[in-house]
Design a protein around this ligand. Structure first.
Ligand SMILES: N[C@@H](CCC(=O)N[C@@H](CS)C(=O)NCC(=O)O)C(=O)O
Length: 123
């Protein structure tokens, strides 16, 4: 009988201060997924070969490459059933996905305000 090849860890391509990448790291950690982290520099031609969309984050899972934080999080949620991030109830789940883009921009605004305090509204 042929041995079953061990599945490789998913690889996250990320920039340390990218809020879009934080979301995916938060999801990976909440779900307890073992993954490999690869730091990317802006304009890195090797990364652009892996992800022609060029934006981080990008997740490589075997022969599958996916870009966009929300798409990645939903993919991880479906693939790894442990520690669900979304309710099972169809309508509650849909409402969470409806709210997700707003929550994602809130993370972005908070991280910009933390990194660049002079950009805070009202200051
Ligand atoms: N909707 C995308 C947005 C991706 C995005 O804008 N990524 C930024 C970093 S947060 C990026 O890679 N920008 C290109 C650049 O800075 O050169 C997502 O949520 O992943």
């Amino acid at each position: 009988m042929a041995a079953v090849a061990a599945e490789k860890k998913p690889v996250l391509y990320s920039v340390w201060m990218s809020s879009c990448s934080y979301r995916v790291r938060i999801a990976l950690n909440l779900k307890g997924i073992d993954y490999e982290y690869r730091a990317v520099r802006r304009g890195d031609p090797d990364f652009e070969k892996i992800n022609p969309i060029k934006y981080v984050p990008a997740l490589v899972d075997g022969d599958f490459t996916l870009s966009d934080s929300l798409a990645i999080i939903l993919y991880l949620e479906e693939k790894y059933l442990q520690h669900p991030l979304l309710p099972r109830d169809l309508k509650k789940k849909a409402l969470n996905i409806q709210a997700a883009p707003r929550r994602l921009s809130a993370i972005r605004e908070q991280s910009i305000a933390t990194a660049y305090p002079s950009t805070r509204l009202g200051s």
